[in-house]
Design a protein around this ligand. Sequence first.
Ligand SMILES: Nc1ncnc2c1ncn2[C@@H]1O[C@H](COP(=O)(O)OP(=O)(O)OP(=O)(O)O)[C@@H](O)[C@H]1O
Ligand SMILES: [Mg+2]
Length: 233
Amino acid sequence: MSEVAIHAEGLTKWFGEGEARTVAVRNVQLDVLKGEVTYIIGPSGSGKTTLLSMMSGILRPNEGKVVLNGVDLWRLAEDRIADMRLNTIGFVFQDYHLFPRLTTAENVAVPLILRRQPWKSAIAEAKRCLEIVGLGNRVELRPNKLSGGEQQRVAIARAIASAPDILILDEPTASLDGDTGRKIIEFVRKDVLSAERCILIVTHDERIFSYADRIVKMADGAIVGVDKGEFRA
Ligand SMILES: Nc1ncnc2c1ncn2[C@@H]1O[C@H](COP(=O)(O)OP(=O)(O)OP(=O)(O)O)[C@@H](O)[C@H]1O
Ligand SMILES: [Mg+2]
């Protein structure tokens, strides 16, 4: 049996109060296993990003708990939650979240520098990761000089640079052409995934469905099915 990287139990999140209340995620139970690529799919608004945010220490749930590498995440103090995020999780946001005043290489180096890696070696590592995503010739540019797909790839390079135990990608290939998208997911499967690590991907992109070990389907805030992915078939 594979070990559990993230355990979610009774996870619930709502926004607004009274008449205006929207329940974004309702009573989700999920185990994300080490050594696996888990996909979360479902219609727009079904709660995928909200669920990822709660499982990765970004958004506090209203109910339920998240056990991350054996630690009850939301019972930790805020600064310990921030440490967990920095040291165990790489997150690629749907809308990239790049720092506009930093170059691409500096953007990718940020998590390494926060982890006290010396500047020079952090930048060198950042450049290596930018090569991997095909942006070796863009290291000195700022995000506003990049296309949407290029910004997405910078965000992916930043997440893989810190070699996280848990890599979370929210629609990582949405702005990429089919070939680039496949190459990046292939790289992630081959070089980021290991028995000790896991990868969690939200996607609508059928071109990359074949790389999943497990596919979790969401609808209206709840998990409505879990399928074995083609990769393990
Ligand atoms: N900060 C917020 N305030 C109010 N409502 C929110 C907030 N964040 C999400 N919601 C609502 O929660 C529901 C789930 O949103 P979420 O972003 O998790 O969906 P999603 O499955 O990621 O959709 P998409 O595929 O479009 O990214 C939606 O109805 C959304 O409007
Ligand atoms: Mg989303």
